[in-house]
Design a protein around this ligand. Structure first.
Ligand SMILES: Cc1ncc(COP(=O)(O)O)c(C=O)c1O
Length: 404
């Protein structure tokens, strides 16, 4: 155990609010509840809900709470998955099956913008769909006119993000959903980042562009409990507008010596731990708890954006208004900052931000984890900018990777 504890020494210190993303800390009360639920369900297996009916109930209650939050009609149904990527893969697979069953499409295509999460490309790769990729507009939202040009009789799925990861802006979901409906395709809204932020932001009186099931034509939504839902890792939700649409996601096989096999997502054996921890965190927080966390998060993000824009030579890309932002060099500056050199200087000061490109920028997902640290962070950022003026980092690699 000592060796294991020592291994963590070089990991980012998320407990001190120094990670902008990756770990979402709802505070000591949330952590304690999650840990208690996790130890209760450490060994349980959701593979067979006949043996573990409690996990069937936990799944159904968690899914229906989320469906209510996202204004799903009575018919909305869904499943828990292991994360955003798996929810997206399930959405892609369901769209492919639906296109085949309802429209006879055997060469299915996905239309998305260059900002849509890479998991959609993974889904296309795994499930044999062709990707048609449109650019983004100057405000970083998907260029829906360009997407319309890519839609054809083989379009199985059209994707919108609420918000997209790289710059944190919400796509024009009503236009994307209408485009999908016009050809009978599915429309997936990726709310892995927004699912547990936007509903509460709206309750707090913030302006939130339409994005959830209130938008006609949206067929599936992915929403992440293990991000801003503040549950520990390994749990996300995929919602379908109807149970009929949900059936395209499940895999059923009835010709095996082991008996009838039915599986909702990509896993076989499924740990009960993340499911139970997510349920417990949701019960503990409820609407008011989440509203409080979102209020803190958005205040932090507003402070960070204002602080970044106030530093000579830096600017936030676009005008994101929720918890995400990308920090880039001000292109109009005489002596442009190299943000990768800036990331190195921040790392040395113990602050971690992911690097992304194009364009070169540093990505931040702000959350309740960063409450109380923003003053220190902005001071470190300003000092790091002064350190790296005129410098260029040799290492141009970006860091959204789990390959090593
Ligand atoms: C918008 C968006 N979609 C999907 C994902 C993938 O989620 P996960 O890392 O849980 O697989 C992310 C992760 O950051 C995301 O930001």
């Amino acid at each position: 155990m000592a060796e294991l504890a020592a291994k963590r020494d070089h990991d980012v210190r998320w407990e001190d609010g120094r990670a902008f993303g990756a770990v979402y800390d709802g505070g000591p009360g949330v952590r304690e509840i999650a840990e208690r639920a996790a130890s209760l369900y450490l060994h349980e297996n959701a593979l067979n809900t006949r043996a573990f009916p409690s996990l069937g109930q936990i799944q159904s209650e968690t899914v229906s709470w989320t469906a209510g939050l996202l204004h799903g009609p009575e018919t909305t149904s869904g499943f828990l998955t292991s994360g955003g990527t798996e929810s997206i893969l399930c959405g892609v697979k369901a769209a492919r099956e639906r296109a085949r069953a309802e429209r006879g499409i055997d060469a299915p295509e996905i239309v998305l913008a260059s900002s849509a999460h890479a998991a959609f490309h993974k889904g296309a790769h795994l499930f044999g769909l062709t990707v048609r990729k449109a650019p983004v507009r100057d405000d970083w939202t998907a260029d829906v006119d360009a997407m319309a040009e890519l839609v054809n009789d083989n379009t199985a799925l059209i994707v919108g993000s609420a918000p997209q990861y790289p710059q944190g802006v919400i796509d024009d979901i009503p236009a994307i959903a209408a485009l999908a409906a016009s050809v009978g395709a599915s429309c997936h809204v990726d709310a892995c980042m927004g699912g547990f932020v936007l509903p509460f932001a709206e309750m707090l009186g913030r302006t939130v562009a339409p994005w959830d099931f209130r938008v006609e034509g949206v067929t599936t939504i992915s929403a992440e409990i293990h991000k801003l839902g503040y549950a520990p890792k390994g749990v996300s939700v995929i919602l379908h507008r109807t149970k009929e649409l949900r059936k395209y996601q499940t895999f059923v096989f009835d010709d095996w010596l082991g008996g009838f096999y039915a599986s909702p997502n990509l896993q076989g054996t499924r740990s009960g731990l993340p499911m139970a921890a997510a349920w417990a965190v949701m019960q503990y927080l409820g609407i008011d708890g989440y509203k409080g966390l979102v209020e803190t998060t958005l205040a932090n993000a507003d402070e960070m954006r204002a602080g970044v824009n106030a530093i000579d030579g830096l600017r936030v890309l676009g005008e994101p208004t929720f918890q995400l932002l990308a920090i880039a060099a001000d292109p109009g500056h005489d002596d442009p900052i190299d943000v990768f050199a800036l990331a190195d200087a921040l790392d040395q000061r113990g602050w971690h931000l992911d690097r992304q490109t194009p364009p070169d920028s540093l990505h931040a997902t702000v959350s309740n984890s960063n409450a109380g640290v923003m003053g220190d962070y902005l001071a470190a950022l300003a000092a790091a900018v002064d350190d790296v003026r005129g410098q260029r980092a040799e290492d141009r690699s970006t860091s959204y990777s789990t390959a090593d």
